[in-house]
Write a protein that binds this ligand. Structure first.
Ligand code: NAD
Length: 365
């Protein structure tokens, strides 16, 4: 499959594109967490505050020990959706400790806190991702204030260095592994047809989707399978790069609207909406054609739905806590904030799409 794609790519016309390479260093290595002090030197910093959620304090303490006298301590404050008041508390602790960088050990929430700190102070981040969310590869930061989540893009928030250590993903529960993996696939699906799509990110997307579609079912059966975990982590890395390079469209915007309005879990929302958003866009996005082949399905929407079902992920918005009356409200919100998408849409398209995702139906071909 990969070879065919590369040969086919040589034959056709290359459309004009813009590609921006993001300046960050990546170490992909089992046990790589023990090299955290070397990464500190590599980015020219000397004293790091280690960030985590309260649940992952043990991971953070291990990294703090590996830093030795270069550790400024552990700050287990990270919270989903990056609330601004938490960032402000963390900034005070960092100033008091004289740390000149952070090490974020965790998923998108912890990396989000380190990004929010980097935005406000000259404190770069080393990231040790422990989920498949991919935030470490982007200049995007989502923050919540007074119950409203807003997103910005700033090169300052990009981590200076990323260590992918598979060992820290082995404790990720099977359920979160499934939804986090689908969240990663969502980045690659949307990057394939996003406004800033480019041939480099397209290569990343197809390899990433293939790698994740193959490894996630193995992880669902055996979360301790290190090889499958490593392939999923590699796929997620590529998905994050693609998101960072090409951007997003309807699917991500719908997930932000639904997640923000109804406080739905981030990765679960992506998992449920993706088959419907990708199915809707497939008619206007020829870039999705190879994806149905990769998934072994007659359609991209159907293939994504089958994959989610196979790995035990949620299939309906109703089962993840969205109220039925929210369908119309979400459609109004989404249409009130127009954004680019390969397939133009009207309010009823969005209401139908959310309605089908609410019910958890397999997308029509
Ligand atoms: P998360 O970071 O909120 O983690 C979910 C839970 O799982 C937390 O309790 C965490 O401590 C725990 N956990 C994480 N890894 C673990 C592990 N290996 N073992 C045991 N427990 C573990 O979840 P997420 O889905 O990674 O991140 C969601 C957040 O990231 C959202 O706020 C989302 O907006 C943001 N995000 C941002 C971008 C971006 O580019 N800016 C991209 C993706 C996600």
């Amino acid at each position: 499959m990969s070879t065919q794609r590369r040969i086919a790519g040589r034959g056709g016309e290359i459309e004009p594109f813009v590609y921006t390479a993001l300046p960050l260093r990546v170490r992909f290595e089992q046990g790589g967490r023990s090299c955290v002090k070397d990464e500190l030197s590599a980015i020219g910093r000397t004293r790091a505050m280690v960030l985590s959620t309260p649940e992952q304090i043990a991971h953070a303490e291990e990294v703090s020990a590996a830093l030795g006298d270069a550790s400024a301590g552990v700050l287990p404050l990270a919270t989903m959706h990056t609330p601004v008041d938490v960032t402000e508390k963390a900034l005070i602790a960092i100033e008091d400790s004289a740390a000149d960088c952070t090490v974020a050990v965790g998923g998108g929430s912890t990396i989000g806190l380190a990004k929010a700190i980097a935005l406000r102070a000259d404190v770069p981040q080393i990231a040790l991702p422990t989920t498949y969310a991919g935030s470490e590869m982007t200049t995007i930061l989502g923050q919540t204030e007074n119950g409203v989540k807003t997103t910005l893009k700033d090169p300052k928030v990009l981590p200076a260095s990323v260590i992918y250590d598979v060992d820290y993903t082995l404790t990720l529960p099977a359920g979160i592994s499934a939804t986090s993996g689908m969240n990663a696939i969502a980045h690659a699906i949307e990057a394939l047809y996003a406004q800033e799509k480019n041939p480099i990110s397209n290569l990343l997307c197809l390899d990433a989707i293939e790698t994740l579609a193959e490894s996630l079912p193995i992880i669902a059966e055996n979360p301790q399978n290190v090889e499958a975990r490593q392939r999923a982590q590699y796929g997620a890395f590529l998905c994050g790069m693609a998101l960072g390079s090409a951007g997003m469209a309807l699917h991500h915007k719908l997930c932000h609207t639904l997640g923000g309005r109804f406080n739905l879990p981030h990765a679960d929302t992506h998992t449920v909406v993706l088959p419907h958003a990708a199915g809707f866009n497939a008619v206007a996005a020829p870039e999705l054609k190879p994806v149905s082949k990769i998934l072994g399905a007659e359609s991209v929407g159907g293939g994504l739905w089958d994959l989610a079902k196979r790995i035990g992920a949620p299939l309906s918005l109703s089962e993840i806590g969205m109220p039925e009356h929210g369908i119309d409200e979400a459609a109004d919100l989404a249409i009130g904030n127009p954004y680019w998408n390969p397939r133009p849409f009207v309010r009823n398209d969005i209401a139908d799409l959310i309605g089908r995702a609410f019910a958890g139906e397999r997308p029509k071909t």
